[in-house]
Design a protein around this ligand. Structure first.
Ligand SMILES: CC(C)(COP(=O)(O)OP(=O)(O)OC[C@H]1O[C@@H](n2cnc3c(N)ncnc32)[C@H](O)[C@@H]1OP(=O)(O)O)[C@@H](O)C(=O)NCCC(=O)NCCS
Length: 241
């Protein structure tokens, strides 16, 4: 799968996490992840964490043949979880929001994913002005009222996906991670502190269900065009012992 970049989404609305799978996913966790899972008092948040880490292990295992329980993760730049062992050219990234959990897996390139709930509270003008570049803000404000929130979230998810791929966290102003949209297709137009950033990135937007929006950022600096494949991820894709 050297060119393949897999983007899978688990939708809790499809029936939730099977209890047998829940037990299995917990068994795959390394000790510090187990401590973290137990700290989530909100069961939805705990499930999202378990599903995300489980999807990462299952998908890494699908492409390498390594058993899911073997994968060890460590926190890299700004807390980004990365594969620590076994040694592999594969990378992953995760996102979760209101019952949707997304996992992206790719080889020899930086990758990032973000998923957002479309029905979340509408961003205030102040937030939009802080997050958006001037052209983006103009585009958001030009949208009619029913579409404005979604247009804002399109930019938001693209920005987060890029920052997550780069592992930059909050060190970069979101307004500098800028995009232009033509017929719904994003073009990366970095500015300000990112004015010199490499633009050889591929971005995709998708709507995995009626209530969520998803963006992926895929590094294309190695000159190999990615084959970005969107998939659904259900309980039966977890390899249960
Ligand atoms: C830290 C951050 C990645 C978390 O994002 P979030 O929207 O709260 O949550 P998401 O569901 O998108 O992503 C969470 C997952 O991203 C991964 N992650 C955590 N830190 C990461 C980082 N620095 N880079 C990439 N991925 C990261 C983890 O897998 C995490 O899930 P898990 O710990 O349960 O496995 C994100 O807030 C961030 O760095 N944003 C930078 C931009 C910013 O400032 N946004 C807020 C503006 S007000």
């Amino acid at each position: 799968m050297s060119n393949d970049v897999l983007v899978a989404v688990f939708n809790a609305d499809d029936g939730g996490l099977d209890p047998n799978v829940w037990t299995q996913l917990k068994d795959w966790l390394q000790p510090e992840e187990r401590v973290r899972a137990d700290k989530y008092k909100d069961m939805e948040a705990r499930a999202a964490f378990l599903i995300g880490r489980g999807m990462a292990r299952a998908m890494l295992s699908e492409v390498t043949g390594v058993h899911p329980a073997t994968w060890q993760f460590a926190e890299g730049a700004h807390g980004r979880p990365e594969v620590a062992a076994p040694d592999t050219p594969y990378h992953f990234n995760l996102a979760h929001s209101h019952g949707a959990v997304a996992c992206i897996v790719g080889r020899d390139r930086e990758i990032g994913v973000d998923v957002e709930f479309l029905k979340r509270p509408v961003a205030s003008h102040d937030v939009a002005a802080r997050v958006c570049a001037p052209d983006e803000l103009e585009d958001v404000n030009a949208a009619d009222e029913t579409e404005r929130q979604e247009r804002f979230l399109v930019y938001w998810t693209l920005k987060e996906a890029y920052l997550k791929a780069r592992g930059l966290g909050i060190s970069v102003p979101l307004a500098d991670v800028a995009f232009t949209l033509a017929n719904g297709q994003p073009t990366f137009a970095p500015r300000g502190t990112l004015a010199d950033a490499d633009t050889r990135w591929a971005f995709r937007l998708a709507q995995p269900n009626d209530t969520h929006l998803l963006a992926v950022a895929v590094d294309t600096r190695n000159g190999v065009e990615p084959n970005i494949r969107f998939q659904r991820f259900a309980n039966n894709r977890f390899p249960i012992a």
